[in-house]
Design a protein around this ligand. Sequence first.
Ligand code: SF4
Ligand code: SF4
Length: 496
Amino acid sequence: MLSANEAAVDQTPPGPRKVSLYASHIKAYPRFLNKGTFRRLKWLVMFVLLGIFWAMPWIRWDRGPGAASQAILIDLPGRRAYFFAIEIWPQEIYYLTGLLIIAALGLFFISALLGRVWCGFTCFQTVWTDLYVWIEQKFEGDRNRRMQRDRAPWSVEKALRKGGKHACWIAISLLSGWGFVLYFDNAPTLTHDLLTGQASVNAYGFMALFSIFPYLLAGFAREQVCIYMCPYSRFQSAMFDEHSLIVSYEAWRGEPRGKLGGGMQGRDAAAVFGGRGHCVDCKLCVQVCPTGIDIRNGSQLACIGCALCVDACDSVMDRVGLPRGLISYDSSFNQMARAKGEPASKTKLWRPRTFVYLTVIGLVGAVMVYALSTRKTFDTNILHERSPVYVELSGNRVRNGYTLKILNMVRREGHFRLTLEGVQGATMAVIGTDGDGLSAVDLTTPADDVGTFRLFVTAPKASLKGKKIDMTLVLTNLDTGRIIRHQNLFVGPDQE
Ligand code: SF4
Ligand code: SF4
């Protein structure tokens, strides 16, 4: 049987079958079966994740007077990101790269072990859709009622129920947009400003933008996001092996399927199911599926691994007195073993691919820990002035100009000494500081800020051996003794 979302097939015999590349969307009406192990697990994961999402921006972190006091904050105007004790400056964005690599490898590792558990339980789309479907069935009733109502003409009751649903969806969408923007500004202040109309246009704009996404994606697009929009579903099967846990229908046990005539009242399961499969073709597994597929047709890309069909089928097996697990969440290795009448084994944790994923995660993590523990507390950026590249001074001297920036990444005033190497007889002067013709210049930068200085280097023309000479500017942190050496060029006129 083709699922609602599979391509429509022209069944005109004889000759080759024509497969249409377009299939109209058929709306899925998932039945909300509020019982079962995986349903409870989904509730738990939803509460924990949404709780984290909304609570995180309210956690405070003392970074000293005048500093951001939010534990997790992306301060775009201040060009800084805060994550508890870690403070990332723009030039340290590679930490984010490291985090993304670890997150991606972590996802691969979890997928190799537990299959599509990310898609089925923790993905934003799944969490919000689950919440929206729950609200929908609260207002419009379960699957059959919703289908009937959608087919029925408009009435006051229909308008009120649909209106109530959309009002709730919009409220949750606005809360989601609000939760999102809190990560970009001080949460209490921003909340106050948003409520009193004092927030910036940007804040309202981004809140509106991130409110629209859950409303459209979880309220309307739903399973289409997983099936057509998400790239992850396309390649994640590459992470699976025979020991990865997947949701599958155990056809060896279920077929030949058939309706259960007369019910089970007073009947023995062994007698009723002798000579036939255990699937009673009740289609409960199809009705609860959020993507509208029939898992009995085999593993499919549209299956997000939510395991709600496992709960549904288990409840049916309980009713008819058969063992659970006709639809199982297990490895294909175990399913094949059971099909052969052999006992299932425990999930193998250590396999070549899980070992490789964990090793790479460990290596990237170690590099990140090392980089964070040896993180520089200051940095410098020196740009050679281009117009003019050099100036010839009286006394056969040549002068080059530079813009020097010192990033002081600690919350106290920074004291630095600048010296230079590589250009014979060169001296320095910095606008705003005393003296000219200096071999070393002492500079001060404010706490947690960038000091910008205009630097002039002057050298005797006779000492220049070529048009461009390598020069090293040496910046010493007088508070810590740490040194940064910066390579640059000193440019002079062509030498005869
Ligand atoms: S819920 Fe179980 S018994 Fe019912 S149709 Fe699905 S597989 Fe068959
Ligand atoms: S087939 Fe089962 S596990 Fe897959 S999406 Fe549907 S309900 Fe979830």
